[in-house]
Design a protein around this ligand. Structure first.
Ligand code: NAP
Length: 517
């Protein structure tokens, strides 16, 4: 049995306290543990601030980008070993494990590429300079400088590789050292990636520290230059956002929380069209990939009443053909949920939805060993029942909401969730799409529009690509990550440097050589 260690202060350190067991969710057998105590958080933050920060800020953006490239390669080189761990301590099929791992290495590679063309200055110009006075002599240039603080990253259990990798990529490229905490249930994969990161020597000492156990108390050591990046449930996100010490010190907090995402089928779509096929394919993938444990997974499926029977038939056929079981069996297409607690939560959530919705397929408990749930499709009896729009069942379950096909009705239903990460919309009627997207955009971080022309062109709405933002307003946490350069902003300070253009523009602007005399 492996007992996971922390990497802090430049060495591996065993935890202390009552062990928390880690399981193979396909069998329910304990395969390791994490000890939640024994780390001196004050020392961890000091090491990052005093050792990691200066070392990273001593490197140029392209040099930090090169380090990310090296990390991306390390993940790729060890892909098979990591896929195996992801199956054992995450219940991921080979395909699900690749989704997580390739998401991590791809995002690191993306930021490596982006950073390679940034200037070799310690700061970045933010847009063009602006004239402030009566003549062009008095000038302002906004600049972005790395904050001399620490990036504290608290990750959810469902994407131990991708979640950790995407946050690290942005903070490290910005020049800020990382203290990263794994979600406990699947911590073995994050732990192995941490070992590989340290062994690679790609990062300077202090730039990366890894916590396998609890972070209770860590936030009390955060200061005004630090950034806390949290991914997880709305409940924990609210606890962190409301932390008195973080509030008193105006510590930046970015929350990526849960979301009752929707897929909306337009009234113009016909069953034999590619748009219909994409809709059914993407909803099925979202319900079953990672056993529905994706923050971006579809939970509400809006279907025009006239298309309801066709949609049900197509989805039921796919869901019932999805082989569920131990992920070590190559024929299996959907694994278990990640832990006994998740299993209990998902089954209880399905029961709460069943109080207002009929079961179309699935819904019954699969007896152990292992934490398996049947792919479950429900149909709402009343589209306005609050639980449909409030309760995230973090498993392979979604509910059909038949509607009249009117964009106004769809906007009202979709926005009832109070802020989501993503909605996917399927239609070839541009007027309808424009009305719907215009109505739901303020409540979403991302809207994914599927049409005849997107067939075979793109990954589905469940994938967070680094060039586009990820996050969402309101219930979804109010945070924002990724989106190219936007992803670095939580770790950079924007300052308006004002003065004589020949000084300000030459020193800090993109137009340094052409500054006015
Ligand atoms: P969670 O229970 O909220 O935990 C998230 C992280 O917070 C874990 O690392 C957890 O540690 C830690 N944590 C728990 N209590 C804490 C506290 N009081 N102070 C500081 N940290 C604390 O969520 P989860 O079960 O891991 O993940 C599933 C949820 O995450 C789902 O609701 C899903 O929608 C959401 N999610 C959102 C996104 C997004 O990008 N928006 C992405 C992925 C997942 P332990 O594991 O040790 O408890």
């Amino acid at each position: 049995m492996t007992s996971l260690q922390n990497y802090v202060g430049g060495r591996w350190l065993a935890g202390d306290g009552e062990p928390v067991a880690l399981f193979d969710p396909s069998t329910g057998v304990a395969i390791g543990d994490v000890r939640p105590k024994g780390v001196d958080f004050a020392a961890v933050m000091k090491h990052a601030r005093d050792v990691g920060g200066p070392a990273l800020r001593g490197m140029t953006f392209p040099e930090r980008a090169a380090a990310l490239k090296a990390l991306s390669k390390v993940l790729h080189t060890h892909r098979d070993e990591l896929i195996e761990i992801s199956g054992r301590n995450g219940g991921n099929t080979r395909g699900d494990a690749k989704f997580d791992l390739d998401g991590a290495s791809g995002t690191l590679a993306y930021y490596a590429h982006l950073g390679s063309s940034l200037p070799e200055t310690p700061w970045l110009p933010d847009g063009d300079g602006v004239q402030l006075g009566r003549t062009a002599r008095f000038w302002a240039q906004h600049v972005l400088t790395p904050r001399p603080g620490v990036a504290v990253h608290i990750n959810a259990f469902n994407f131990p590789a991708w979640g950790m990798g995407e946050k690290m990529a942005c903070a490290l490229l910005a020049g800020v050292p990382v203290v990263t905490k794994a979600g406990t249930a699947s911590a073995m994969l994050a732990h192995r990636i941490a070992q590989l990161t340290v062994e690679s020597g790609a990062l300077p000492e202090g730039a990366f520290q890894f916590l396998a156990g609890s972070v209770t108390g860590l936030l009390d050591f955060c200061g005004p230059q630090d950034t806390v990046g949290f991914t997880g449930s709305a409940r924990t996100g609210n606890l962190i956002r409301g932390n008195a010490h973080l509030l008193a010190n105006n510590v930046r907090v970015n929350v990526e929380a849960d979301s009752i995402n929707s897929a909306v089928l337009g009234p113009d779509v016909e069953v034999d069209e590619d748009t219909f096929t994409q809709f059914v394919t993407n909803v099925h993938v979202d319900m079953t990939q990672k056993a529905g444990q994706k923050c971006t997974a579809v939970r509400r499926i809006l279907v025009p009443a006239a298309l309801l029977d066709d949609v049900k038939e197509a989805l039921v056929e796919r869901l019932e053909a999805t082989k569920v079981g131990n992920v070590m069996d190559d024929a299996v297409r959907m694994g278990p949920v990640a832990s006994a607690a998740q299993h209990e939560d998902v089954l209880s959530g399905i029961a709460q939805l069943q109080a207002v919705a009929d079961t179309i397929t699935g819904g019954a408990k699969i007896e152990g060993p292992g934490y398996f749930v049947q792919p479950t499709l429900l149909q709402a009896r009343d589209n306005h029942a609050d639980v449909l729009h409030d309760l995230e069942v973090f498993g392979p379950c979604a509910t059909l909401l038949p509607y009249d096909g009117d964009a106004v009705t769809a906007v009202d239903l979709v926005n009832r969730a109070g802020g989501c990460l993503v909605s996917s919309v399927y239609s070839d009627d541009k007027r309808w799409v424009t009305e719907l997207v215009g109505g739901i955009a303020p409540w979403h971080g991302r809207v994914w529009v599927g049409s005849e022309k997107t067939m075979g062109q793109a990954l589905g709405p469940g994938a967070c690509l680094p060039a586009a933002i990820h996050g969402g307003p309101g219930r979804a946490g109010g945070g924002e990550e990724l989106g190219g350069m936007r992803g670095l902003m939580p770790y950079l300070q924007r300052t308006a440097v004002q003065g004589d253009r020949s000084v300000v523009g030459r020193a800090f602007g993109a137009d340094a050589e052409s500054s006015a005399s």
